[in-house]
Every structure is written in structure tokens, then in C-alpha cells.
Design a protein around this ligand. Sequence first.
Ligand SMILES: [Zn+2]
Length: 362
Amino acid sequence: MSAQISANALKLARQYNGINQRELANYINISQSEISRIERGLPVDRIDEEKIEELSRRLGVQTSFLTDNVRYKEPKRPMQRSSKTGVTASQANKVITIANLVQKHVEIILNNYIDLEVNFPDFSHSIIDTAKEAAKHLRSYWHIDNDPINNLVELCEYYGIIIYKSSFPTSSIVGLTMDTNTIEQPIVFLNEKIPTDRERLTLAHELGHLIRGHDLATDDEIVAESEAWEFAGEFLVPERELRRDMQILRSVSLSTLADLKRKWGISMAGLAKRLFDIGIINQNQYKSIYVQLSRAGYRKKEPIALPVETETILPTFFKMIRTDMQITKDNLCEEFGIRESMFNDLYGKYWGGEEANIRLLR
Ligand SMILES: [Zn+2]
């Protein structure tokens, strides 16, 4: 017996494992050119089922996964990075692959097991002129008004945006969003390796993209990016409130920035930028604050660690599936098309403490 391997499935599974086509070819004794032809969707000879079985075991997926038609989606907007450099193609591909797999699995869960309400308005430019206005509207739509947002992850999840956190292969990629196909809830992916202040900024930026309905197929990337930052600034720290705070605090110093950080939950460097952007401080004052931040060593590590914001939708889903619906991990692996090793890797921390990815000392 033999079968055809799906192009996208092979590409996803290979990239997830962080191996190139040559390494994969060596695993199972197929030529590299054949792998390349499969991934490009070109005709190849059918492959023995034994070989497919071996390949699937190596890649941590079910055989059915390799032969099924699987989607491979590039995100609609670029991934957020903390620096322009230092990301290899294989690291970027791995993150996109994680996003594709989790998206597929979340769609399976929401289509088969659980309903989740979503309350997510469309404040795109045809409805609301500027990103700043959209941020204000969302604050009132979500009943936050002028208050600081204590827990942004909790807030987004409350309104049906699913957050998945994982340790990306590089800390230079901080987050991305995948728009889902068969469900309404978008999924935002965040890198666990980054501190909470950066994470909040990343999430607010992604929220800006979602609220504005950006899609690089139709929107200009530079415009979309600047709108997402404009949204994030106003959503996290409304200009009017910051002006009021500054009337009380008067001058900008490291200690006032620290007070503002405690209140609004964004980094001191981010607040300095925000004060500059809205014209409370001028270029020279901004530069001077920057020098002070650097001298104090705060450009590398800032004081005032903000509390971790833990995601709850996915852990709750898995708990319901496991305990209320009595579905085993094996059943779910079968449905997701992956093997236990990949399941533990992706969802171990959500499934239950015993599968956490730790090594016991003997
Ligand atoms: Zn962006």
C-alpha cells in the first residue's frame, strides 16, 4: 500500500521539528529532491505506507496528518520583533508553524466541544477615523473608561480573544496574531520569554491590528504598523489621563517614570516615548531621560517587575475536556493529528501539572 503526502502537512511537521529538507531526507531514505517536490506540491511517486509511518513517528505527528489536506497560513501581518536582526528563517518558520498548529487545534476544540462568546467590535478605518479614536472607543465599549488596565491578558480573554503563550525559539520574536478560519475568535501568540511590560505592549499592538482589521493583502505595512502603535499607546495610557498625571507630578524624572509605570503597567522607556509622542516633553528632554535610563542600567533591565498575566482560556478548555468530558489525551492527539510528544510540547502546561515539561532529579 502507498499514499500521497500533503505538501503543507510535510512542511509544517518538518519546520516544527526545526530540520531542513536534507536532514529529513536522511531520516527516511527519500531523496531531498523528492521532499522538495512534495512540499512544492509537484507530482511524485506514491510513498509506501511503512515509510509514511516511520516519517510520522520521527516528526511527532499521526500518519493521517501527513496524508490529510492541511492548511498553511502566513500571518496577515508581520510578526512583532524586539529587534530587526537576529532571527533566522528556521526560527521564524517554527513560530509560524506553532501558530498554524495551535490555530488548527483551537478550531477543532471550538467546533466540536466548547462554545466561547466573543465580543469584539469592528473599529476599522471605514468606521472610525484614527487608531487613537478606535482605542478610546474600545475603552468605553469594554467599560474600562479612563482606568489603568490591570491585567490586559485577562481583559482580552474576557472578550473572547484567545491567548497562547509559549517559549519561542528566539526572544527577538515577541508576538503575532492568527486570524482563524472557521471560528470568530482570533488567537494572539506571545513569547513567554519577554517581561510583562513588553508583553502588554505587544498584546496591545496586536489588539490594535485586530480592531483596525489590518490585512497586508490590502493595507500598507508602514501605515498598519504605525496605527497599531498609536492604538497601543492610547489604549494602555490615554493621553488625557497622562496629561492629568503630569500636572500633579510636574517634572519628568526616573522616579516619576517609575510612579507612572506602577500605575499604567508599561515600561519607563515606553512612558518616556509616550510623553514625547504627545508633546509633554521635547526632543532634548526625551534624550536626557534616555541617557539617565541608560546610566542607571534600565535599558537592559528596568526596576519594578510587573505581575505575570496568566492566560486562562486554553487551560480551562483542556481542563473541561479532560475532567468534564472525560476525553483522554490519546483521543485528543488522534483528533489533532499529532503524537503525544508534540502534544506535551504544545499543551503540556495547559493539560495538567503532571505533564509539565520538567525533569525530575533522581
Ligand atoms: Zn504589527
